[in-house]
Design a protein around this ligand. Structure first.
Ligand code: 13P
Ligand code: SF4
Length: 319
């Protein structure tokens, strides 16, 4: 049997089992193409959190990383949430623990804690309001100007938001995602020089996002047609822009939905090496096994979940 026929057969089995078990399959934009194609819903972190909050399915199979499945479990304490591989972690979420956040809070009594959703449930439980890359600016703008803010854990997203909101009283945790921090300015310049008419889409977790903003402010030529966007924002932009070519600075999984939804346009990754090995832990055979065996169930103790839920719900109410 050809590889394609095997994939299609497995996808059919997954769909049949999902129907039998009243399960919904959610997949992040960085997932493998064959996993995205079998999902009921594919989206960015915020869209998936909303999909998890809104579903009436009995079971959620989360094709993404651990903190995303935890968020789904926190929002659905009565549903079974499955993550097909427990090793699907996140280097960024690992940069801060609840204990570290508590110590940081004690140095800034009264500060409002804003945590990126790329954090553990225990960190969210110490948080006032969560955010994702698509609503971080709105979330920070919702906090009274005289309130000190502790923003964690992504330093590049934090600097980007601080700059856009012109907030001096915002302290930023020095965490980073190894995939986005690894995208080097010289690779970006080379990709842009090779495609001078292309729009440039950059994720705010990228190490050089603030440099791009400096270029924009100074009128540097390479700042032309630059858009800082979440993965969902990139998909929206690609559909709406008159540009027919785009250079993309984020994890390469996004190329699949970009190309699928825009077959006449061309997309060029800044680096083919920008691959999140955690996202790629979720393979089609593991999704099938997850449904067959009900593994691996993600649960969050209610004392932590109830506090974390408040921070997530506050975010969902804002934008
Ligand atoms: P978004 O899909 O929300 O842009 O997030 C990217 C990411 O790195 C998730 O881990
Ligand atoms: Fe975490 Fe980075 Fe992977 Fe996203 S791409 S899941 S932030 S390690």
């Amino acid at each position: 049997m050809s590889v394609q026929a095997t994939i299609e057969q497995m996808q059919k089995q997954v769909r049949e089992l999902a129907k039998q078990k009243a399960a919904v399959i959610l997949a992040h934009n960085y997932q493998l193409p064959e996993v995205q194609d079998v999902a009921d819903y594919v989206g960015d972190s915020l869209q998936l959190a909303r999909a998890a909050a809104d579903t009436d399915a009995e079971m959620i199979v989360f094709c993404g990383v651990h903190f995303m499945a935890e968020t789904a479990a926190i929002l659905n304490p009565d549903k079974k949430v499955l993550l097909p591989d427990l090793e699907a972690g996140c280097s960024l979420a690992d940069t801060i623990t609840a204990e570290q956040l508590r110590a940081w809070k004690s140095e800034h009594p009264g500060a409002v804690v804003v945590s990126y959703v790329n954090t553990s449930a225990a960190v969210k439980a110490e948080t006032d309001i969560c955010c994702t890359s698509s609503n971080a600016v709105q979330v920070v703008e919702s906090i009274p100007a005289d309130k000190e803010i502790l923003f964690c854990p992504d330093m590049f997203l934090g600097s980007y938001v601080k700059r856009l909101t012109k907030r001096d009283n915002m302290h930023i945790w020095m965490g980073e995602c190894h995939v986005h921090a690894g995208l080097r300015p010289e690779d970006i310049e080379a990709a842009r020089a090779a495609h001078p008419d292309a729009d440039f889409l950059i994720h705010p977790e990228c190490g050089c996002v603030t440099q791009c903003l400096d270029f924009l402010a100074s009128g540097h030529i390479s700042a032309k047609n630059t858009y800082t966007l979440s993965t969902g924002g990139m998909l929206k932009h690609a559909k709406e822009t008159p540009a027919t070519e785009m250079v993309v600075a984020t994890e390469t999984g996004i190329l699949h939905p970009l190309r699928k939804q825009n077959p006449t346009k061309r997309f060029y990754p800044v680096s083919e090496d920008a691959v999140c090995e955690y996202m790629k832990k979720i393979t089609l055979d593991k999704v099938l096994r997850s449904l067959q065996e009900g593994i691996y169930e993600i649960t969050v103790p209610e004392d932590i979940a109830s506090k974390a839920r408040r921070a997530i719900v506050r975010m969902l109410e804002i934008g």
